[in-house]
Design a protein around this ligand. Structure first.
Ligand code: GDP
Length: 297
């Protein structure tokens, strides 16, 4: 499970304060140093850690934690609240258009989990909103992507629009949108191409699709296992596209997790969902407060 190491380190950092009626400035400083190291070791982005520690320290001093009752508990509470803020404070729902279809575009690097997440999202919309989504297969470069989306679509019983791999993705999207209008689908989920790394051609294609359909939601799918690369990827996509939300995948894996947690702070875009497994039901709404509690253990 993600965050195990971080949880342990944070608990240890704050354990030293337990049972102390009064906390000296040097106790607080030592604890903050431990918290800082714990976050860095968990791969939280350096700048994000610096701001976080500064904030906690200020609040701890301002709240007279040093003088107050039960300083350890007060610090835990402040850390909990600041972690929650760092990850975005509250859950942010999917955008929805006033008129159908609501258009969701998936973006991300190859292997991040776009295709799987597109299927998971289609299932979620179907189950929770009785929606009738259409999946559009616009990843023509990864050989098995279209087959994979078709399989996923069959599993969740959602239609998949595809034109094979020889047609320009822009045309596929245009025709797919026309199909959705004809069939009165209320959601369209576009699975776009990814590459092993960000390149101009990929971004131009995604920008063109963005211009064409003006998606209500552009979800950036990021693999939480990829550490600081996840943050760089998120920055790259966020600079080029009007990202509206992030999906963190593979949080069920053995990842230190911290990099992923920095994404909100670095991009200022909300994490909307987390993928916590390979099954198509393994997609959860992201709740920053619950995640902070999970991290603090
Ligand atoms: P794409 O290239 O971005 O479309 O990536 P895929 O959807 O093909 O996913 C790549 C691999 O990651 C597949 O084996 C998926 O089953 C796996 N995967 C996707 N999301 C998750 C997740 O949340 N947890 C785990 N454990 N595996 C995932």
């Amino acid at each position: 499970m993600a965050f195990e190491g971080l949880t342990e380190r944070l608990q240890k950092a704050m354990r030293n304060l337990r049972g102390k009626g009064k906390v000296s400035e040097s106790d607080l400083r030592a604890t903050m140093r431990e918290i800082r190291l714990a976050l860095l070791e968990a791969d939280v982005n350096f700048g994000v850690v610096r701001k976080f520690v500064k904030k906690v320290q200020e609040r701890a001093k301002g709240a007279d934690v040093l003088e107050g009752l039960n300083p350890a508990q007060q610090i835990v509470k402040i850390v909990d609240e600041e972690l929650t803020k760092m990850m975005g404070e509250t859950a942010v729902p999917l955008n929805k258009s006033d008129k159908i279809p609501t258009v969701i575009m998936m973006a991300g690097l190859q292997g991040a989990g776009k295709t799987t997440t597109a299927g998971k999202l289609a299932l979620k919309l179907k189950d929770e909103q009785k929606a009738r989504p259409l999946l559009i297969a616009a990843d023509i470069y990864r050989p098995a992507a279209i087959d994979q989306l078709q399989q996923v679509g069959a599993q969740v019983e959602v239609p998949v629009f595809s034109m094979g791999t020889d047609v320009d993705p822009r045309e596929i999207v245009e025709k797919g949108m026309a199909q959705a209008k004809e069939d009165h689908n209320d959601y369209v989920i576009i699975d776009t191409a990814g590459r092993l790394q960000i390149d101009e051609k990929l971004m131009d294609e995604l920008k063109d699709i963005q211009e064409m359909v003006h998606p209500d939601e552009i979800l950036l799918v990021v693999d939480a296992m990829t550490g600081q690369n996840a943050v760089e990827t998120a920055e790259g996509f966020n600079d080029a596209l009007d990202i509206t939300g992030v999906v963190l995948t593979k949080l069920d894996g053995d990842t230190r997790g911290g990099a992923a947690l920095s994404i909100r702070a670095v991009t200022d875009k909300p994490i909307k969902f987390v993928g916590q497994g390979e099954k198509l039901t393994d997609l959860d709404v992201f709740h920053p407060d619950r995640m902070a509690s999970r991290i603090l253990g």
